[in-house]
Design a protein around this ligand. Structure first.
Ligand SMILES: [Zn+2]
Length: 349
């Protein structure tokens, strides 16, 4: 049977004391009252107060005025290993410091790419909820074009670019709008605007833009942007999968468009991976370059940088160099002429 010590309990409200018996248990101490009630004080819930080397061992519990237990027998103290008092307090202090100082400083000023590193741990289902929220905030009244033949052609193009191991479910929509642009949202939504379809020189060229947008999703660039701007609480919510119903509050203080504004580094990453994807899928990557040349002539009110990138010429050069490294490459058209025509007319229904 576990050793028990006799002590006096003060409830913190009256001066009267009650006789109790105390034993050490793994969580802390177990207190037995004369009337048979029992309580456990966990290690981290009580404080050891013994200001004098002699005299009773005094434990305090709770805010002022605290509940107090006094034990006369000095051997009781041996069971109260130092760690019972110190480690949890220092540990929680360290965790608090880490949370309050370290994580935001890493994200805001520290190791580049830290928010990208965190972004990898956000569940895809959470990214989908975020993406849906952003799409509906930015384009609540969009008219989605879905003439049957055009929709079929678009699905064919998306299939061609989707690798089997992808954990994302791409949802590509054509929006009836003159904008010459395409935008990707976290989780898999991609909007292509009719203006872009009309200006695309070929299906392969459009596939190039699509591949680029898919890479923003696969590399979680939007989520990364959000993480780099959101408050710490937002980061924890994202990582813990709580974002769904809280999407709105998550964006407090964050300009919603800014999560779609990618740095040059992220654009280059999307370009390069898109190029690899096109090559892997047997799509002529030179068409993507032609497309970027077309797009550089059109400005867009939206920040996705395809059309507004300040370094378009250096970006094109870079892509051309990468393509030259694949001289053996053989391409197949993404769509037949008929299918491409259907896709371009997807809004005419
Ligand atoms: Zn981009």
């Amino acid at each position: 049977m576990a050793a028990k010590w006799k002590g006096n309990y003060f409830d913190g409200k009256s001066a009267a004391s009650q006789k109790v018996e105390i034993q050490h248990v793994s969580e802390g101490i177990l207190i037995e009252f004369a009337d048979g009630r029992m309580r456990v004080w966990r290690h981290y819930e009580f404080r050891l107060k013994q200001d004098r080397p002699q005299g009773p061992i005094r434990l305090e519990y709770g805010e002022f005025p605290p509940e107090i237990i006094e034990v006369e027998d000095p051997s009781f103290r041996e069971g109260l290993k130092e760690r019972h008092f110190k480690r949890p307090r220092y540990l929680s202090l360290w965790l608090a410091l880490l949370a309050v100082l370290l994580i935001p400083s890493i994200i805001y000023w520290g190791i580049p790419g830290a928010s990208g590193w965190f972004a990898r741990f956000v569940p895809v289902s959470v990214e989908e909820q975020l993406g849906n929220y952003v799409v509906n905030e930015l384009f609540p009244d969009r008219r989605i074009c879905q003439a049957d033949a055009g929709r079929k052609a678009l699905d064919e193009m998306v299939m061609r670019l989707t690798t089997e191991e992808s954990e994302y479910n791409f949802k590509v929509e054509v929006v009836d709008s003159d904008l010459v642009n395409a935008i990707a949202f976290p989780g898999g939504n991609i909007l292509i605007f009719r203006g872009l379809l009309e200006k695309s020189p070929s299906a392969d060229a459009l596939a190039g833009v699509l591949a680029h947008e898919m890479q923003h999703i696969l590399h979680r660039h939007g989520t990364e942007n959000l993480l780099s701007q959101t408050a710490l609480s937002g980061i924890f919510r994202l990582l813990s999968g709580e974002a769904g119903s809280l999407a709105k509050t998550l964006f407090d203080g964050v300009h919603i468009l800014s999560i779609l504004k990618y740095t040059r580094q992220l654009e280059e990453e999307a370009d390069e991976s898109a190029l690899m994807l096109l090559i892997k899928s047997g799509v002529d990557p030179a068409a993507m370059i032609k497309m970027f040349q077309v797009l550089s002539k059109h400005s867009s009110p939206f920040p996705e940088a395809i059309s507004t990138h300040p370094d378009m010429s250096s970006r094109l050069e870079r892509l051309e160099t990468l393509i030259q490294q694949e001289p053996e490459f053989k391409s197949r058209n993404v769509l037949t002429e008929t299918s491409w025509e259907s896709l371009q007319n997807i809004c005419q229904s």
